[in-house]
Design a protein around this ligand. Structure first.
Ligand SMILES: NC(=O)c1ccc[n+]([C@@H]2O[C@H](COP(=O)([O-])OP(=O)(O)OC[C@H]3O[C@@H](n4cnc5c(N)ncnc54)[C@H](OP(=O)(O)O)[C@@H]3O)[C@@H](O)[C@H]2O)c1
Length: 291
């Protein structure tokens, strides 16, 4: 698992999380985590212009030689014109400056809707050109839904995808999309293993809807009954998905990161029926719908 960890940095630059866990990580905690990343050779960091000052923080203290994945700025127009592409180019140049680097490992479209607008092929052509210019190694999309991934990855030759997967949200796994992406040579970065932290809480945060709250309660009862911990079950779930190249994980302190790095599977957690915990409500598992 250690080799697959990528550090999610939204909470390096702004308050993020659920319930009591919604806050920005302090500079001291970030420095401790990055020091540990160097020690453990954890080399991939996920950021975005939309993550407050996350890019600036990484630019100041990111370990040298680290791989950075950042995102394309959101377009505020309905039609993609040459002016819109200039906005994206300016956004990328700003990211590179803030990150103190001349190139990044990955660049993802953050607002997928932009790729369905009139003239969207210009965005893809611009991103392809960035690879030729040596500014970016891999391009792709940060997606939320199956429909987005199916439409975009059958049409375009993207190298990388970031998508949500966890014990409750197994849409990309159950549909065979993960295997299909992997077989197509797409590098898969999975996020939301802990559902923004919700899966590891003993009380379901207020943000969740009634369906998710009921499913979470059922899960907690099962854990008590089986003498298992949610963290172990989530880690077992991650370990079981061999086709995922990287797990983009968020941490609010060094101890959490260490726990993931040092985790070892046990016989009891190996017996958990993981697919049973998939929740069919697409709305409930999407954090964007949480209040
Ligand atoms: N559309 C997008 O592009 C997009 C959207 C969302 C996220 N992301 C990326 O994904 C990253 C991760 O976000 P996520 O939503 O996927 O979060 P996540 O990794 O599912 O959950 C992170 C939270 O899990 C809890 N946690 C982690 N390790 C733990 C441990 N050992 N013990 C107990 N709790 C632990 C912490 O919650 P507490 O702080 O409450 O303790 C932490 O803040 C972000 O930083 C960002 O880089 C991208």
């Amino acid at each position: 698992m250690r080799k697959k960890i990528a550090i999610g940095t939204v909470n390096f630059g702004m308050a993020y999380g659920v319930g009591e866990g919604c806050y920005q990580v302090t500079r001291q905690q970030i420095e401790q985590m990055l020091e540990y990343c160097v020690d453990q050779r954890l080399d991939l960091f996920d950021t975005a212009p939309a993550y407050g000052n996350s890019e600036c923080v990484l630019g100041e203290i990111c370990p040298s030689g680290a791989k950075i994945v950042t995102k394309v700025v959101k377009l505020e127009v309905d039609v993609v014109t040459e002016n819109a592409i200039q906005t994206l180019e300016d956004g990328l140049q700003c990211s590179l400056k803030q990150l103190s680097t001349s190139s990044v490992y990955g660049l993802l479209v953050h607002n997928v809707d932009d790729l369905f607008k009139l003239g969207a092929e210009k965005i893809v052509a611009w991103m392809m050109g960035l690879k030729e210019r040596g500014l970016v190694r891999k391009i792709g999309v940060s997606a939320y839904s199956l429909a987005e991934v199916n439409a975009l990855y059958t049409k375009h030759r993207f190298d990388l995808v970031q998508l949500p997967i966890n014990l409750f949200d197994q849409r990309f796994l159950a549909s065979g999309t993960l295997d299909w992406l992997h077989d197509s040579g797409v590098e898969i970065h999975a996020r939301s293993l802990f559902m923004k932290g919700l899966l590891l809480k003993e009380i379901c945060p207020r943000e969740a809807d009634a369906v998710l709250k009921a499913h979470h309660k059922h899960f907690l009862d099962y854990l008590v009954h089986s003498s298992l911990h949610a963290f172990d079950v989530c880690m077992m779930f991650a370990t079981s998905l061999k086709v995922v190249d990287r797990w983009v994980l968020g941490f609010s302190k060094l101890a959490q990161l260490k726990e993931v790095v040092e985790w070892k599977e046990t016989e009891s957690v190996r017996r958990v029926h993981l697919s049973k915990w998939s929740l069919d409500s697409h709305t409930s598992v999407d954090p964007r719908t949480w209040k």
